[in-house]
Design a protein around this ligand. Sequence first.
Ligand SMILES: Cc1cc2nc3c(=O)[nH]c(=O)nc-3n(C[C@H](O)[C@H](O)[C@H](O)COP(=O)(O)OP(=O)(O)OC[C@H]3O[C@@H](n4cnc5c(N)ncnc54)[C@H](O)[C@@H]3O)c2cc1C
Length: 390
Amino acid sequence: MASGGSSPDVAIIGAGILGTSAAAFLTKAGASVLLADGVAIGAGASGRNSGAIQHPFDPVLARLYHRTIELYGDLTEATSSGGGGFRMPPEPAGVLLLSQTPGAVETILAGVEAEAPELSPAVLEGAILEAAEPILAPGVSACRLSTGYPVPPAGATSAYASLAGQRGASIRLGNRAALWVEDRTVRGIVVNGEHVAAGSVLVAGGPWSPAIVSPSGGWQPIVPIWGVNVGVELPARPRHVLEEAGVEHLAHSPLTRGDADESSFESAFSLVTVGRTSTLGSTFLPLEPDRDRLAPELKRRGSAFVPSLASSRIQSTRLCARPQSRDRRPLLGAVAGVDGLFIAAGHGQWGISTGPASAELVVDVILGRTSVPPELDPGRFGVPAIGEAG
Ligand SMILES: Cc1cc2nc3c(=O)[nH]c(=O)nc-3n(C[C@H](O)[C@H](O)[C@H](O)COP(=O)(O)OP(=O)(O)OC[C@H]3O[C@@H](n4cnc5c(N)ncnc54)[C@H](O)[C@@H]3O)c2cc1C
């Protein structure tokens, strides 16, 4: 792979966690890279998520999670000097999966013990739970899991972008990019009317990835699931990552309702705390909602688990979309039917927890070092109809 010429070896569309970490790994391997984002670094969910790195409750994704933890350790080392660095917490804070339904956490315990015993699940109730997490409402039970590293939501994405820049990646922000394809071979990308030749193109456009690959709309393996998050400051800081039991499955349920009025919308409680700010989440909606209308109801629902939320002041609201693939697993590797075109997208609610290992895998595919397992291969969704721009 020739490096150093005016045409990059790889052009990447999308500077979220997937695009920025891929840029960092490619430049480390000596490839020349152009990283293009239509808005900014971390403009999508990678800059606005809840900020919990945690086990994704899926054995295929769990491998990506464990490798991502290692990569975040490397990122911490690589960016420790100077400002804007990323810091991976040395130990997980622990996730408490919460329920007010009798027997629910025992069912979760049995499931996790069978599928992910490395999470050391344990039921906490009554006085033991009150001592472990005093801010919870009476009557709530918990299953504690040994995962959940709270981090600033945009931290890893910004740090990977800085690292890629230091390693020579060229970064272009503010103009949407399209594919430049001729005769089912990728020639590069088109940005702001300019054709930029590239040896390969990696699409890392989150929920917009199918529209980049197939502008006709004929290929839709990924859909947006919109989430509203609310920033609050609580009088006492939660010690754990808190989540309503069932949140791990909510993004997977068929969503038929597109509307989102103030009182009836799909949500699950979560609370992730970094420093003094807690991020309260979140909705799971197929259409983009009005975040300021839904935020007070999220706070009301959350107060059933953490009563002090009721009187907390809303400091900020964030809106972003999970790139949810149809089978809950990301699309990683070559796009079938187009030479030189690759994709890394479709991580749903686990992109911060599994993104860097996914990017590493795709980079190894681009560099001809490995192949992807069939359950992650984009070819499982068929051959897209490609827009032949240029
Ligand atoms: C409310 C919420 C909370 C979440 N919390 C967590 C969490 O706690 N832990 C976790 O692991 N995951 C979490 N996630 C999921 C995680 O944020 C996503 O899976 C991840 O950020 C997706 O990263 P990405 O790089 O694929 O896409 P994105 O972050 O969406 O990045 C895609 C980028 O592509 C750019 N783009 C799109 N089209 C074009 C184009 N044509 N040209 C140029 N640029 C383009 C966009 O501007 C954007 O910057 C959460 C998601 C939501 C919505």
